[in-house]
Design a protein around this ligand. Structure first.
Ligand code: FE2
Length: 208
């Protein structure tokens, strides 16, 4: 395998990720209550369509087809957005959950474009570097927008929490039960490696 092939794999992964987002974002937009956040995600959906087209341009330059690799990471990120959307919460409290999931999506994309740009630079493919950098800047901006809208949403969510306090004892849905079980399994499977780690800091115990 050559480095050029590694780049193509990375780009195909991103192409799949962007297409998955084009499909998933309209549902997220419908689920968001905060008007600013809704408008930002709407804008980012249009931007994402442009990013799909930009990647097609990159593949045209490379003389390769853009499909060939499914992005499992984005599938997972979108699953978390969907989980946040399906939570039995409303308004700002639901938005607060979507906020974290959206930020994960953006940072996942930022990581993918950053890695691809680094490879394209080494391969001296300047035009591709430029195209990918345009998208990277859009992703960084989108992440910034998520964060700048967060304080207002979180403040509202905090007051909403008080009103909903007596809902603590709600029965868990099958999905919530499944995710709870899986998280317990995660902890159990890490346990052998965690043995001997300090309780409070997670640092390795001193060798004294
Ligand atoms: Fe994107």
């Amino acid at each position: 395998m050559s480095l050029q092939e590694v780049l193509i794999d990375e780009l195909r992964d991103l192409y799949s990720a962007e297409n998955q987002l084009v499909k998933a974002l309209p549902k997220a937009i419908r689920g968001i209550s905060d008007p600013t956040m809704k408008a930002n995600v709407k804008e980012h959906l249009e931007q994402t369509k442009g990013q799909v087209l930009r990647l097609r341009e990159v593949f045209q330059q490379l003389g390769k087809k853009p499909t060939g690799q499914h992005c499992s990471g984005m599938e997972g990120c979108i699953k978390e957005v969907t989980e946040a959307l399906e939570k039995d919460e409303e308004g700002a409290l639901k938005d607060a959950g979507i906020l974290g999931a959206s930020l994960r999506v953006e940072h996942y994309e930022i990581a993918g474009y950053t890695a691809s740009i680094a490879i394209a630079k080494v391969l001296k493919q300047k035009e591709i570097v430029d195209l990918l950098t345009e998208t990277l800047n859009e992703e960084k901006n989108a992440a910034k927008n998520v964060l700048s809208g967060a304080p207002a949403i979180l403040k509202q969510a905090a007051s909403q929490e008080d009103e909903d306090e007596d809902e603590d004892e709600k029965p868990k849905s099958p999905k919530e039960k499944e995710t709870e079980q899986k998280s317990e399994q995660d902890e159990q499977e890490a346990a052998p490696e965690m043995e001997g780690s300090s309780e409070s800091t997670g640092k390795k115990p001193s060798s004294r």
